[in-house]
Write a protein that binds this ligand. Structure first.
Ligand code: PLP
Length: 382
C-alpha cells in the first residue's frame, strides 16, 4: 500500500457515495416536486407513507418533521403530562428522554444490557419501583433499538402488559432492523423513527415517521401533526405542532428506499468483517439470535481504558471515530435531577466510559476497512 493511500482520510458515514450511486434519480425526483410545487402534503408524502407501511408491515404510517417530533407526538397523543413517569434507557441519544420532559412528564432512567446496549428488563422493573416511590404514575415505556439493533421487545411487552403501560419504540437508529424475523414497525407496538441524514435511512434534512396498527391513534397523530386540527379546519380540538414532513424529503426517501435492502445487506457484510478482524482484541457488538441489525453505529468496547489515546492513534492514520455516548442521559446537566432505577445504572456508566464507534456505512470497501482494522489492532496493542 503506498503512503498516499494509507493516509487518505476514511469517511465515518459516506453519504456522498450513496448520492453518486443514486445518480440523477434524486435530481429528477426533486425536480418533479419543483414542478408541481406542492411543497407541503404533496403526493410524494402519501406515496412514501404507503410504501413504508408495506416495507415494515405496519398498518398506518404518519410521517413527520423529525425523530424527536415523532416521539413527542406519540407522547402527546397518549396524553402524557405532569405527574406521569415514562421509563426509558439512559444510554441513548438525548431526544429519547427529552421528549418525555417536554410534555411535563418525568423520564425515569433505567439501565441497559452490557451485551446488546439495549434496555435491561430487570432494571426496568427497578425503575417502576423508583417511579412509584417518587409519587409518579407510570404511564409508558420508551424502548430504544440502539445502534441498529432491536431491543428485547417480547420481554418488555410482558412487563408493560402486567403494569398497564404503553410501549413506544424509539427506532430512530434502527429503521429496517428485524426482531425475531419481523421488521420493526410491524411487530405490534408504536414505533417512531428519524430520517436525519446520518441515520441508516436518512433524507437530506430533517424528517421522521410514526408506525402504528391503531387506526384511531393514527388519526390523533395526524391531528397533532397540524396543530391539533379537527374535521372543521377552524376548530382545533387539541394542542399540536407544525410536524409535517416536507414533500422534497419524501421524494428523496422514495428514491433511497429502492436501494435500502441492498444497503442493509452491505452494512452486515461490513459488520461481519469487523467482527472477524477485531473480535479477539476488543469487545465487538453482538446481535441477538433471530435479529438483523442495520448497524447505525459499529460500537466497540476498549479493553484498556485509554479511549482518548486510541482515538488519537486512529486519527493520525486518517480514521475518524466518535463516542456515542460519552455521558448517559442521567449524567447530563439537564437530566441529572430525574429519578433513576433502584440499583443505579452501572452498565450505562461503564459503557459511557469505554465505548467508541468506528466508520460504518454500506460503501466501506474491503481495502479501506482493512486499514481501519489494522489501525485498531495497532492502537489496542499500544
Ligand atoms: C436521532 C435520534 C433521535 C432523534 O431524531 P431527530 O430526527 O434527530 O430528531 C431520537 N432517538 C434516538 C435514539 C436517536 O438516535
Amino acid at each position: 500500500m503506498n503512503q498516499q493511500l494509507r493516509s487518505e482520510p476514511v469517511s465515518f458515514i459516506d453519504i456522498g457515495a450513496q448520492r453518486r450511486r443514486l445518480g440523477t434519480s434524486i435530481d429528477e425526483a426533486v425536480g418533479r416536486v419543483l414542478t408541481h410545487c406542492q411543497f407541503v402534503n404533496g403526493p410524494e408524502v402519501t406515496e412514501l407513507e404507503q410504501k413504508l407501511a408495506v416495507f415494515t408491515g405496519a398498518k398506518h404510517v404518519v410521517s413527520c418533521a423529525s425523530g424527536t417530533d415523532a416521539l413527542l407526538m406519540v407522547l402527546m397523543g397518549k396524553g402524557v403530562g405532569p405527574g406521569d413517569a415514562v421509563l426509558c434507557p439512559s444510554f441513548t441519544f438525548c431526544a429519547t428522554g427529552e421528549s418525555v420532559a417536554l410534555t411535563g412528564a418525568t423520564p425515569v432512567f433505567v439501565d441497559v444490557d452490557a451485551a446488546t446496549f439495549n434496555m435491561d428488563v430487570a432494571s426496568l422493573k427497578q425503575g417502576l419501583v423508583a417511579a412509584r416511590r417518587a409519587g409518579l404514575r407510570a404511564k409508558g415505556i420508551i424502548v430504544v433499538d440502539l445502534f441498529g439493533q432491536s431491543a428485547d421487545h417480547d420481554a418488555i411487552a410482558a412487563v408493560a402488559e402486567a403494569e398497564g403501560l404503553f410501549v413506544l419504540d424509539d427506532a430512530a437508529q434502527s429503521f429496517g432492523a428485524t426482531y425475531k424475523g419481523r421488521r420493526l414497525g410491524g411487530i405490534g407496538n408504536i414505533m417512531a423513527t428519524s430520517f436525519f441524514p446520518a441515520k441508516p435511512f436518512g433524507c437530506y434534512g430533517d424528517g421522521g415517521a410514526i408506525f402504528t396498527d391503531d387506526a384511531e391513534f393514527a388519526d390523533v397523530l395526524r391531528s397533532i401533526r397540524v396543530h391539533g386540527q379537527g374535521s372543521d379546519k377552524y376548530d382545533n380540538i387539541r394542542l399540536g405542532l407544525t410536524g409535517r414532513l416536507d414533500t422534497v424529503q419524501a421524494a428523496v426517501l422514495l428514491q433511497k428506499l429502492t436501494i435500502f435492502e441492498d444497503e442493509i445487506a452491505a452494512r452486515n457484510v461490513v459488520a461481519e468483517r469487523y467482527a472477524r478482524g477485531l473480535g479477539n482484541v476488543v469487545t465487538v457488538p453482538r446481535v441477538a439470535d433471530g435479529n438483523l441489525s442495520v448497524w447505525a453505529q459499529y460500537t466497540i468496547r476498549l479493553p484498556n481504558g485509554n479511549r482518548d489515546g486510541f482515538a488519537a492513534a486512529l486519527k493520525a492514520n486518517g480514521i475518524p471515530t466518535a463516542v456515542y455516548y460519552a455521558k448517559s442521559m442521567h449524567q447530563q446537566t439537564a437530566y441529572r435531577h430525574f429519578p433513576v432505577a433502584d440499583g443505579g445504572l452501572p452498565v450505562s456508566e461503564a459503557l459511557s466510559a469505554d465505548v467508541i464507534s468506528l466508520p460504518m456505512h454500506p460503501y466501506l470497501d474491503e481495502p479501506t476497512q482493512a486499514r481501519v482494522i489494522a489501525a485498531v489492532r495497532d492502537a489496542v496493542a499500544g
